[in-house]
Ligand binder design. Structure first.
Ligand SMILES: NC(=O)c1ccc[n+]([C@@H]2O[C@H](COP(=O)([O-])OP(=O)(O)OC[C@H]3O[C@@H](n4cnc5c(N)ncnc54)[C@H](OP(=O)(O)O)[C@@H]3O)[C@@H](O)[C@H]2O)c1
Length: 333
């Protein structure tokens, strides 16, 4: 039986995982493109990877917009959403209107906390799978995907306060498809463990991403080598790692890396990689501030907990982005 997969947000992460899922004989993987439509329709995606070599991924269908995907009348088994999560800019769950049918699982491959909520609200009876990846990839030009390193993706059903064997099974099958596409470290998690993974990733993204912007473009490695920034990064990470168990009501697993281990490994990684928030800032784009900083702060606050270090980064960067955008719009008057 054919498994129909639709990618919404066919950029770095979406196209990379799509290209692996497409290798499985039972799948047909289609994409909805936006600015890269012309290039992808003409030539597919050119992928380069230190692990998988250079190859082309030609989607089964390349759609220019959601309407074309609806008109195809395909019954989607999985809709993978890998747009940047920017709830302050757009509610991307809207893109899925008319595409989610009975048995469709929505897979959210995005950073941050609370990304599942708009989808749960719009599609209360759909299966929602939540995924966290540590992959490093970039779309260097339209249709050209550079996989830099790492492949790990952790996937769990999103079941706050409920149980669904259908969702658990669907999650298992999706992870098996990724593994069949040679993503050997695709992991099948429970709802609660996946939320722990999300919080743990916040500890990394919440510390490095805003600090890279506020320190005027410092790479992760350079920040981890700077004595004052080391103290700052460790402080932010420890704050998140201490708050997460109180919010989740359970300790984080022992195997999750400590702040010291994360900093040590960053000190060894001399590739000069810049966090995504810094890349977005440098390109004048909107940053994922709400899901990486705002939502964790608000979720903790609901439980009476404050994270003052994270809150300081959020308040400063939100204002910096607001000022930049105002200056930009005034210069266009
Ligand atoms: N890149 C990484 O290494 C990495 C690693 C871990 C996690 N993540 C997370 O993964 C998520 C995706 O990141 P990414 O780096 O893959 O971003 P990206 O390269 O910018 O890809 C996002 C894609 O979504 C498309 N898109 C946005 N809105 C759309 C719409 N309404 N209709 C159709 N397409 C739309 C964008 O099109 P346009 O180009 O036209 O805007 C772009 O092609 C983020 O949450 C990020 O934090 C990324």
């Amino acid at each position: 039986m054919t498994i129909n997969i639709l990618i919404v947000g066919a950029g770095a992460v979406g196209a990379f995982y799509a290209s692996r899922l497409a290798l499985v004989s039972s799948t047909q993987v289609s994409v909805i493109c936006r600015s890269n439509y012309k290039a992808v329709k003409a030539n597919g995606f050119a992928i380069t990877s230190p692990k998988y070599g250079s190859y082309t991924f030609t989607p089964y269908h390349t759609f220019a917009n959601p309407r074309q995907a609806i008109d195809s009348k395909i019954k989607w088994d999985y809709i993978v959403v890998s747009t940047k999560a920017l709830p302050d800019v757009s509610d991307d769950s809207e893109i899925l209107e008319g595409l989610v049918g009975e048995g469709t699982a929505i897979v959210l491959v995005q950073n941050g906390l609370g990304v599942e909520e708009p989808y749960l609200k719009r599609f209360p009876s759909a299966i929602i799978l939540s995924a966290v990846t540590i992959v490093s990839a970039a779309q260097t030009e339209h249709g050209v995907i550079k996989h830099n390193r790492w492949t790990r993706i952790s996937v769990g059903p999103y079941l706050p306060g409920s149980t669904s064997w259908v969702a658990i099974e669907s999650n298992k099958r999706f992870v098996q498809l990724l593994q069949a596409g040679e993503i050997k470290d695709a992991e099948d998690y429970s709802h609660s463990k996946l939320q722990m993974v999300r919080w743990h990733k916040i500890c990394i993204n919440g510390a490095f991403n805003p600090s890279a912007v506020l320190s005027n473009g410092t790479t992760n490695n350079a920040m981890s080598m700077d004595p004052e920034l080391y103290i700052h990064l460790k402080g932010v990470m420890d704050e998140v790692l201490e708050t997460a168990p109180k919010v989740l009501g359970t300790p984080l697993p022992k195997e999750f890396a400590t702040s010291e281990a994360i900093l040590k490994s960053t000190q060894k990684n001399t590739s000069g990689s810049k966090p995504s928030m810094l890349l977005d800032w440098e390109q004048g784009k909107h940053m994922e501030l709400e899901v990486i900083l705002g939502n964790p702060i608000r979720i903790a606050r609901e439980k009476g907990l404050e994270m003052p270090r994270l809150q300081t980064l959020y308040a400063l960067l939100r204002k910096a982005q607001e000022n930049r955008d105002r200056a930009k719009s005034q210069s266009h008057l």
